[in-house]
Design a protein around this ligand. Sequence first.
Ligand code: SF4
Length: 263
Amino acid sequence: MPRLTQVDLVELNRAFDDRTPQELLQWALEMFGTRVAAMSSMQESGNVICHMMHVNSIELPVLFVDTGVLFQETLDTRDLLIKSYGLNIRTLRPVLTMQEQTERHGVLYLSPEGQKECCEMRKSAPLDAIKGEYEGLITSLRRADGGRRGVCPILAVDPRLNLLRINPLANFSDEQLDRYIQQNAVVLNPLHKQGFSTIGCNRCTTPVLPGEPKRAGRWRHLGPWSVYCGINPTDLDPERSPSVDFHQELIDRILGRQTDFMI
Ligand code: SF4
């Protein structure tokens, strides 16, 4: 099977730096048709993507991983997005409840090794259920969030799910995000107003104090503020050049190549 590597996407990613998020959403739709979905964890960037899909009549499924230990406010935000924007949100869940997991494995999230295991079981593994259904996945990583996201590409290959991740907001600054939210009265997770700059599981997320980095509230008990759950492959090892197996025709379309089959 032909391969599409991250290196193959360098030129396209450079060209896409000038595109608006709405143009990138349209590109994803034209490229993958019904073989693309969005994914959101019900934080502000994901909600902006959901709003853009709503106003541009882009009817794609939105994947949402419910780890079973999310804040009630996050679940309420999902329900409000369905009601307000008419979204088709598909909730994915881990095999074990948190209680079952704790009975079998103990309280994992309190140690660095256990956190990796817990995030793998409760966040990454549930996404495996969609492998093969989609060739594109729209996510909402932004470089302005800093840390490992500071260099996140607009297009990123995802070898685990064998699909292309599209980050239409990669270039969106904090100011652009705030302006879009205010001008469009975007539905927001109420926890943002309570000091949560980013929001994950209730076991591992705390508010952030003024002056702290945005991700200081994630896995605060593990420090030093550099933990990522692994659901986004570019968070894990941004130096690698992974690849995915796609049909040649799809690779050519993504890269904008014209193939002359008469030759
Ligand atoms: S964020 Fe914490 S509770 Fe949630 S899956 Fe990861 S380690 Fe487990």
